[in-house]
Every structure is written in structure tokens, then in C-alpha cells.
Design a protein around this ligand. Structure first.
Ligand code: NAP
Ligand code: ZN
Ligand code: ZN
Length: 347
């Protein structure tokens, strides 16, 4: 076993604190990564605080992981020692169901093995990236280009792929009017991708103070959702809305902004069950859909696209002992736009 330093929550009510864990030894198909940066996703907060139910403690969160490979198993063919690798939201899946065979492991019929708050096939708990190293099967790791600053790449492993994937699924590009709801970790990546793909992008935000940032990110329009006049103007106008809101809100408020045949895709996961008016959907043949991260194949494609197009996340790098404060700031919408932990602060 490999002694590993980490930060963990011992219970839903407990703050994160230093924790020691044991990683499994490097098997024939595994790579061992010394973690350099790990992004802080709002899903970490939902799970640490058991807002979705079923959380497993102690919990070491973190699924936006990048670092250097320090060891590879005898049968590894895709990675070499010294290369940079990334790990996203899952570390295994059944590998034989239709979703896995299609490279959409996140939709595995038997449930993906989450990077943390989950169990490996042998029943042992998984621990995430708020730690100094991780051992993962090479088939669930990503190649990271050295063209981009690594701290800005880390959030691509969740915030990046979660926003890229639905834009690809719905074939968003030139000629589409799209809206991004919520300018946070996911939202700011959605704006970057939407603009890069040639869509006309509107940000729908509760925070008037983010307008300048949104326009700098490339958004064409900014609507403060508390401003009734601005909201009226965008009724029936969007082909596509990507909803990244993390807290309870009215889906109908945004659905009425879709034009005929428009689709709103939920990626945000508020703990509360949504209420939706059938009238709001049938009135313009609107669609409400969801999307979850992305498979290994598409995640690699997204990382390569980012390397080619110079796309990274806008980050505030923090030391690990700042993590509890970072969570409080995220809950107040006070992050521009992703906290990323410098894991050398754990040494
Ligand atoms: P985040 O950085 O905290 O951003 C969330 C944004 O939502 C905020 O910046 C804020 O934007 C807006 N918001 C917050 N509370 C709101 C409220 N009460 N009403 C309206 N808007 C509100 O979070 P994140 O890391 O981007 O994650 C967003 C959500 O996506 C979380 O629920 C997370 O669990 C989920 N997620 C899902 C997937 C997936 O695979 N589907 C993957 C990763 C994360 P404004 O200030 O602009 O209003
Ligand atoms: Zn995430
Ligand atoms: Zn499967």
C-alpha cells in the first residue's frame, strides 16, 4: 500500500482537515500520479455536506486532477513516467455495457466508479484529488498537453467536459443563440466553449457585478435575471440554454426564454427536486434535458481542443489549508471562476 497525505471530511457537518490514507499498489495496468493541482467543484460541496444523500465518510473530495506520472505498471502502454496526466470524475466502470462500449463510461449501466465518494469493484472506498497522489487504471486517465498552464487545465477535467459535452451533443455552433445560466466554474467554461464554437452567447446571471467579466470571456450579451425588463426582452429567443445553477430555482423562469423547439440542458444539480409546468414545454414544443460530465474519449477530445485553441479555466490558486474558506466563498458566488488547490501546499 502507498501512504498518501490528504484532506478529508469525517462527517457531513465537519470541516475538511488533514487525513492519511493508503492507496492500492500500482497494478500491471495502473499509473501512479503525483498530484500537482486539483480543482474545487461545487459537487465537492454538495457531497461533503451530504446534500444529495448517501455520502460516504471519511470523504476526500476532488475530481479535477492533474499531475506527473511517477510510476507505471508492467502492462501499461498509453503512458510513460514523467508525462503529465489528468483524472476526472470516475476511475472505473463495468467496461462491457452499451454505454461503456460506446466510450460513454459516465452512463455505465452498472454505475461508474466515482473518483471519490464511491467504491472500487472490490468494495474499498475511493478517495479523490485533495491528496498528494493517486493510482488509476491507465484506461481512465487522460493525456495532458504541456502547452497550457497546468493550474488552468485542472478544472477542464470536470467543469470543462461537463459544458463541452452537451454543446457537442446538441451540435452548437454558428447561427445558434445560446444562453449560459450561472457564471461560476461550469458557466465560465460554457461561455468560452460557446464563443469558440461560433454561437451567439448570452449570460443569464443573478450577479450584476459579473457583467464585465462575462463580456471579457467573450459573451455577446449579459442579462441580470433580477431585472424584469432585461428578462422580458429575451423571452422566446434562445435555441439552447445550458443551466449550471447549483441551488434551488424555478426551471420555468428559464424555459420561457426558449424559442420553438429550443432545449434547456440541466448540468447543475440542486439537491431539491424540480417543478416544471407542462404548459411551458408544450406551448413551444420545448425540451428539457440533462447531461453528465463526458466519457474518456470525449474528455480527451476536449483537452486536445483546449490545447489547440488556448482554452483554460480562469483560476484562483489556493493552498489546501484554505479549502474550508474557499467553500464558504463559493456559496456566496465569490470566486472568479474556479478555485484550484496547489497540492505542493500539502507536503
Ligand atoms: P459554482 O462555481 O458555485 O457556480 C454556480 C453558479 O450558479 C453561481 O456562480 C451563480 O452564478 C449561480 N447560482 C448560485 N446560486 C444560485 C441561485 N440560488 N439562483 C440562481 N443562480 C444561482 O458551481 P459549479 O462548480 O459551476 O457547479 C454548478 C452545478 O453543476 C453544481 O450543482 C454541481 O454539482 C453541478 N455539476 C454537475 C456536473 C454534471 O456532470 N452534470 C458536473 C459538475 C458539476 P451567478 O452569480 O452568475 O448567478
Ligand atoms: Zn465536478
Ligand atoms: Zn458499463
Amino acid at each position: 500500500m502507498i501512504a498518501t497525505k490528504a484532506y478529508a471530511a469525517k462527517a457531513a457537518s465537519a470541516p475538511l482537515a488533514p487525513f492519511q490514507l493508503e492507496r492500492q499498489d500500482v497494478g500491471p495496468n495502473d499509473i501512479q500520479i503525483e498530484i500537482q493541482y486539483c480543482g474545487v467543484c461545487h459537487s465537492d460541496i454538495h457531497q461533503v455536506r451530504d446534500e444529495w444523500g448517501g455520502s460516504k465518510f471519511p470523504m476526500v473530495p476532488g475530481h479535477e486532477i492533474v499531475g506527473k506520472i511517477i510510476k507505471v505498471g508492467d502492462a501499461v502502454t498509453k503512458f510513460k513516467v514523467g508525462e503529465t496526466a489528468g483524472i476526472g470524475c470516475f476511475v472505473d466502470s463495468c467496461r462491457h455495457c452499451p454505454s461503456c462500449l460506446a466510450g460513454e463510461e459516465q452512463y455505465c449501466d452498472f454505475g461508474m466508479v466515482g473518483t471519490y465518494n464511491s467504491r472500487y469493484k472490490d468494495g474499498t472506498p475511493t478517495y479523490g484529488g485533495y491528496s498528494d497522489q493517486i493510482v488509476v487504471d491507465e484506461n481512465y486517465a487522460l493525456h495532458i498537453s504541456d502547452k497550457l498552464p497546468l493550474e488552468g487545465v485542472a478544472p477542464l477535467l470536470c467543469a470543462g467536459i461537463t459544458t463541452y459535452s452537451p454543446l457537442m451533443t446538441w451540435k452548437i455552433g454558428k447561427g445558434h443563440k445560446i444562453a449560459v445560466v450561472g457564471l461560476g466554474g461550469l458557466g465560465h467554461m460554457a461561455v468560452k466553449f460557446g464563443v469558440a464554437l461560433g454561437a451567439e452567447v448570452t449570460v443569464l446571471s443573478t450577479s450584476a457585478s459579473k457583467k464585465e467579466d462575462a463580456l471579457k470571456l467573450g459573451a455577446h450579451h449579459f442579462v441580470v435575471t433580477k431585472n424584469e425588463d432585461e428578462v422580458k426582452e429575451v423571452a422566446n429567443t434562445f435555441d439552447f440554454i445550458l443551466n449550471t445553477i447549483s441551488a434551488q430555482h424555478e426551471y420555468d423562469f428559464y424555459l420561457q426564454m426558449l424559442k420553438l423547439d429550443g432545449t434547456m440542458v440541466l448540468v447543475g444539480i440542486p439537491p431539491e427536486a424540480p417543478q416544471v409546468s407542462a404548459f411551458n414545454l408544450i406551448g413551444k414544443r420545448r425540451r428539457l434535458a440533462g447531461s453528465m460530465i463526458g466519457g474518456i474519449k470525449e474528455t480527451q477530445e476536449m483537452l486536445d481542443y483546449c490545447a489547440e485553441n488556448g482554452i483554460v479555466s480562469d483560476v484562483e490558486v489556493i493552498n489546501i489549508d484554505y479549502i474550508n474558506e474557499a467553500y464558504e466563498r463559493m456559496l456566496k458566488n465569490d470566486v472568479r471562476y474556479r478555485f484550484v488547490i496547489d497540492m505542493s501546499s500539502l507536503k
